[in-house]
Design a protein around this ligand. Structure first.
Ligand SMILES: Cc1cc2nc3c(=O)[nH]c(=O)nc-3n(C[C@H](O)[C@H](O)[C@H](O)COP(=O)(O)OP(=O)(O)OC[C@H]3O[C@@H](n4cnc5c(N)ncnc54)[C@H](O)[C@@H]3O)c2cc1C
Length: 441
């Protein structure tokens, strides 16, 4: 049986590895990759001795111990990684506020602390009295869950920066499990200055000592090198009698990690309602700006959130050189700044670097003369956007893919908010599901 995997990001690479480890012959597999390098969103870039992750600072952690160990193994095992405590903050005026925000109210100026506490307690009380269920609109959900104060001082401006949309354009269902849910007692404690932790599941993370996050996909790709066809974009997918033709070559089984929004362009004969549903799935892009700094060391932070417009266009800044000392030359440090771009909009021009630096200077995080140089990476699709049409469109897409036996995998292949560990877990599950079929031939 000939198997094609479309895309050599972590999902496609992990699937290939699991299939081969489960007994599938390597010669049966072909991995098509448009880019000259494998790794997709996990790629990193090194410029003049400064390394950063192209799709924003990546960290390795997982609730699945097997997946975590497996990923570390790909890049050379535990010794090839630095273990780091997660130390994140929100920049609020010139203060550091603990993350999650509701566990850091005591760090706020007194009036903001009061606004946020009052709003939180009012919202909590209203939920108890009315027994209301969570609103479906994200903006309304924020108020229902956190109250007016936290919405005004943090959630509204931060989410406006990330999503570049009216917040009620988004649904609230994606936040389940992602936005921390602090008990009211912890919020009261935090507000009067008793430290509470909240959100402990990523209290420690791992990062490759060398090469950036891409060291993980490099390790994986290294073992699959003969099976990966780099610089080979999938330009045409045609349904055959017993499988699919990929760029005019027949395969019995095809797994696609290409974005669902891009499939209508390559699949021949896709019904228009299906193509429309796929094309209309919403997403955001990302510009990641490296700031190479003349600075011997940073404060001990992992990354910070910048919720306010005055802090510039970046919503998150990673203290990149804190992840591993090899990421910057000696006596130097680096920031990696993330700026989202509404899906489909053109990428911002060079003014973005200036505005980002100006914002960080105003936020008290940077002196202009510390910046040695900047570098930028652009990612067309970085975030899945969960608007109100998401589930219906995705169902149309998935029903058709299933009917046509084109198997979707990966963050944009399935249009899911998955981190790399979840991509690996799903690849592992898919491999398991495919073994009997491959064995039957
Ligand atoms: C801002 C941001 C922060 C993140 N932070 C973390 C984090 O801290 N930790 C973590 O674990 N994960 C993180 N992630 C998620 C992680 O990057 C993704 O889950 C993962 O990289 C997705 O891998 P994938 O293989 O599914 O998709 P991709 O990486 O998108 O791979 C798809 C591949 O297909 C190729 N391709 C596309 N079109 C074609 C074509 N026509 N022909 C051939 N090839 C094609 C692409 O070049 C790419 O290599 C983050 C993501 C973002 C955007």
């Amino acid at each position: 049986m000939k198997i094609a995997i479309l895309g050599a990001g972590v999902s496609g690479l992990a699937l290939a590895r699991f299939l081969i480890d489960g007994g599938v012959g390597a010669h049966q597999l072909s991995i098509f990759e448009a880019s000259s390098v494998a790794g997709g969103l996990c790629r990193s870039k090194t410029v003049q001795g400064f390394t950063y992750d192209v799709a924003g600072g990546h960290i390795l952690y997982s609730k699945d111990a097997h997946a975590l160990a497996w990923m570390r193994e790909q890049a050379g095992g535990p010794a090839a990684f630095v273990e780091q405590p997660r130390n994140t903050r929100i920049r609020f005026e010139h203060r550091w506020v603990h993350y999650p925000f509701e566990n850091g109210l005591g760090d706020l100026p007194p009036q903001a602390n009061f606004d946020c506490l009052k709003g939180y307690v009012d919202a909590w009380h209203k939920r108890q009295v009315e027994r209301s269920s969570a609103p479906k609109e994200f903006g309304a959900w924020v108020r229902w869950r956190f109250g007016d104060g936290i919405a005004r001082h943090f959630m509204d401006p931060y989410n406006a920066k990330v999503w570049k949309r009216e917040l009620d354009h988004l649904t609230s269902d994606w936040v389940a499990g992602r936005v921390p849910d602090a008990p009211v007692d912890d919020v009261l404690r935090a507000s009067v200055g008793i430290r509470t932790e909240g959100y402990t599941h990523q209290s420690v993370f791992y990062y490759p000592r060398r090469g950036g996050f891409q060291a993980i996909t490099d390790g994986l790709a290294g073992t699959l090198a003969t099976r990966i066809r780099l610089n080979t974009p999938v330009a045409e997918l045609v349904r055959g009698k017993n499988g699919w033709r990929v760029n005019a070559e027949d395969f019995d089984l095809v797994v696609s990690t290409l974005s669902l929004t891009d499939l209508p362009r390559v699949v021949k004969g896709m019904p228009e309602p299906v193509a429309r549903a796929m094309r209309e799935l919403e997403y955001n892009g990302l510009v990641c700006i490296l700031l190479a700094l003349r600075r011997p060391e940073h404060p001990e932070l992992s990354w910070i959130y910048l919720p306010h417009a005055i802090q510039g266009p970046a919503n998150r800044v990673t203290y990149m050189s804190n992840y591993a000392k090899e990421l910057a030359p000696p006596e130097h440090a680096s920031f990696s700044c993330e700026i989202t771009v509404a899906g489909g909009a053109s990428m911002p021009g060079a003014e973005l670097e200036r505005e980002t630096i100006d914002g960080l200077v105003r936020a008290g995080l940077l002196r202009r003369d510390e910046v040695l140089f900047t570098d930028r990476s652009e990612t067309r699709q970085a975030y899945v956007v969960f608007d109100h049409g998401y589930h219906a469109r995705r169902k149309v897409a998935f029903d058709w893919l299933e009917e046509q036996d084109l198997i979707p995998l990966g963050r944009f292949g399935r249009f899911e908010y998955d981190n790399s560990d979840q991509c690996v877990i799903k690849a592992r599950e898919l491999a398991k599901a495919l073994f009997p079929r491959i064995a039957r031939g």
